[in-house]
Design a protein around this ligand. Structure first.
Ligand code: NAD
Ligand code: USQ
Length: 382
């Protein structure tokens, strides 16, 4: 299959591109390298040293003989995107290329506007590009579990059957996102739904939970193939941040009570989910939604798991309950369906103490790169 991985220089996109290439797919990456520029803007960095995209794909070719073509450009530039689609004629378009940090989107008006412009315009361009140039191409779009928020009922996979005043319908599940970033994903989902309906585009929205870990078999083949790992208060995510904090003797930063519960998955499952979606395309005109996570944890549960493993490894760490910089429920019901990917063959890599230990050992090797001032959260929702 010919697959474009947009955002293929990023945390989820890079290991996905390698994995799909390893499975024998013909892969091309689109990325405008803006994630690397945000590191400069925030005076932050990936804990793991990361090679340039050119070095990465050259090393991959050297090790496997497989070529991954790269296109340095911005999805919000339609002329650029059209040319790539014309040249590549992809069967599937895996779309990771968005501004994905909730705190970044909440810094100020400019960052909220940028996030929504970048994400919503980029996705609209992809929809128009598919319609115009490759109408049969399957759009595999990275959404987020955070589109749903934390309703006091079980979360379904995209749709819910509702009975109202004696009539029934299957309708999109209500969305209650918690940041301008998460809202951008809701706007994307609406635009994709509409495009599927009017143009017959085939699309799968993968409502992904929080991803942890960094390595896959492919990224571990050589240091040049290493994946990025974020820890700062803007781009770092819950479990990865906690592990990293424990390696430098920093308190584990639970925001508020820590009862915030989310869906989580290992990066090794992210790459597999994209393959499963690609191998089982949505029908023409179908807007299909999968909830892409394997386990649910509260933030405090995760902090306790990390604290235990860190102490076993001889690291001094304690859990701190910081004043919550976000506006969110800290104690709530959370349960979401996630059977569709399992039914198509996903075999989850679950979170064990050994998985935490493995990530922790990788981090320890690079811990001198951590800029300590970046660890505490600095962006307030208010
Ligand atoms: P990332 O920031 O590491 O990677 C995104 C990549 O997209 C970057 O390399 C960036 O340079 C590129 N990009 C951004 N805007 C672009 C544009 N307009 N044109 C071209 N390239 C552009 O993010 P990630 O963690 O790999 O997340 C990838 C996707 O998965 C995002 O859509 C995100 O919302 C979703 N997701 C991530 C997580 C997570 O925990 N990391 C969880 C759920 C969903
Ligand atoms: N949290 C803490 N301490 C921290 C960091 C986070 O308690 O140090 C809490 C947050 O307050 C929140 C929860 O952990 O309640 C998750 O926060 P996060 O930063 O790990 O994740 P989030 O902001 O939701 O965003 C991440 C990715 C985003 C993706 C989303 C999936 O950055 O791209 O869409 O996870 S989900 O959460 O399912 O919406």
């Amino acid at each position: 299959m010919k697959i474009i991985v947009a955002g293929g220089d990023g945390f989820c996109g890079w290991p996905t591109a390698l994995y799909l290439s390893k499975q024998g797919h013909d892969v091309a990456i689109i990325d405008n390298m803006i994630r690397r520029k945000w590191d400069n803007e925030l005076h932050s960095n990936s804990i793991t040293p990361i090679a340039t995209l050119e070095e990465r794909v050259a090393k991959w070719k050297e090790l496997t003989g497989n070529e991954i073509r790269t296109y340095d450009g911005d999805l919000t530039h339609y002329d650029f995107l059209r040319e790539v689609l014309k040249k590549e004629q992809p069967d599937a378009f895996a779309h990771f290329a968005e501004q994905r940090s909730a705190p970044y989107s909440m810094i100020d008006r400019e960052h909220a506007v940028f996030t929504q412009n970048n994400n919503v315009t980029g996705t609209l361009n992809v929809l128009y590009g598919i319609k115009e140039i490759v109408p049969d191409c399957h759009l595999i779009k990275l959404g987020t579990m955070g589109e749903y928020g934390t309703p006091n009922i079980e979360i379904e996979e995209g749709y819910i059957e509702i009975e109202h005043k004696g009539r029934k319908d299957v309708l999109p599940f209500p969305k209650q996102p918690g940041s301008f970033y998460h809202l951008s994903k809701v706007h994307d989902s609406h635009n994709i739904t509409f495009a599927c309906k009017i143009w017959g585009i085939r699309a799968t929205d993968l409502n992904q939970g929080v991803v942890y870990g960094l390595d896959t078999d492919e990224t571990q083949m050589d240091p040049v193939l290493s994946n990025r790992l974020d820890y700062d208060g803007v781009f770092g995510t819950a479990l990865n941040r906690f592990i990293i904090q424990s390696t430098i003797g920093h308190d584990i930063t639970v925001y508020g009570k820590g009862g915030q519960t989310r869906g989580f998955l290992n990066i090794r499952d992210t790459v597999r989910c994209i393959e499963i979606a690609a191998n089982n395309p949505a029908d023409r005109g179908e807007f299909r939604v999968f909830n892409q996570f394997t386990e649910e944890f509260s933030v405090l549960d995760l902090a306790k798991k990390v604290e235990k493993v860190a102490q076993e490894e001889g690291l001094e760490t304690t859990i701190a309950h910081l004043e919550n910089p976000r506006v969110e429920l800290e104690e709530h019901f959370f349960h979401a369906e996630n059977t569709k990917l399992r039914d198509l063959g996903l075999e989850p890599n679950l979170l064990t103490d050994d998985v935490i230990r493995g990530i922790l050992k990788t981090v320890v090797n690079h811990k001198e790169r951590i800029i300590k001032e970046n660890v505490l959260p600095q962006v307030s929702w208010k």
